[in-house]
Design a protein around this ligand. Structure first.
Ligand SMILES: [Zn+2]
Length: 178
């Protein structure tokens, strides 16, 4: 169900567009590997080390070392309230509760992200290629997207709960940080 963009969504988009225009899209992993521009990680262009003091050790391992939390461990699996899921690092809104569904996998799952909120790249950590996705703003890894989700998109964004924060409707979204 489409909803009108809130003022903060509009503001985020405007800021993102400005950042994308002004930052060379090269990002260094903790291992020092340069990713090419098509990876489009993190419009902020900040190194992973910037976020280390700002997030929990478990969140850092997922966000910036592409760790995966153990299935069934996130309290967000059971979160049913209306609200917004934001990046645990930079606080950019990534998903709406309107597009969350119970996938039965033990990870919070969504059938679509918010507009312009995420970027993707292919990874080959398992034998077959998977599509990794990350916060478009800070580059923090969130999860993987699969094509076995429900209508209308048929997609399943399988997210690490520890990489998100839930803000219930009626609570103020925290200002973006970076
Ligand atoms: Zn982020």
């Amino acid at each position: 169900m489409p909803s009108m963009p809130s003022p903060s969504d509009t503001w985020t988009r405007r800021r993102l567009l400005a950042a994308i225009g002004g930052v060379a899209a090269v990002w260094l992993t903790p291992h020092g590997t340069a990713h090419a521009a098509e990876d489009s990680l993190g419009s902020l262009g900040l190194p992973a080390s910037h976020w280390k003091p700002l997030v929990s050790a478990a969140a850092y391992a997922v966000l910036f070392n592409e760790d995966t939390e153990r299935s069934g461990t996130s309290p967000l699996n059971h979160e049913k309230r209306a609200g917004t899921y934001i990046c645990a690092a930079c606080y950019q809104p990534l998903f709406s509760s309107e597009k969350k569904f119970d996938s039965g996998t033990g990870w919070p799952s969504f059938w679509a992200p918010l507009d312009d909120a995420i970027g993707t790249k292919r990874d080959f950590k398992l034998v077959f290629p998977r599509t990794e996705y990350h916060c478009a703003r800070c580059g923090g890894h969130q999860g993987h997207v699969f094509d076995d989700g429900p209508a209308p998109t048929g997609l399943r964004y399988c997210n690490n709960g520890v990489a998100l924060r839930f803000i219930a409707d009626g609570e103020a979204l925290p200002p973006l940080r970076g």
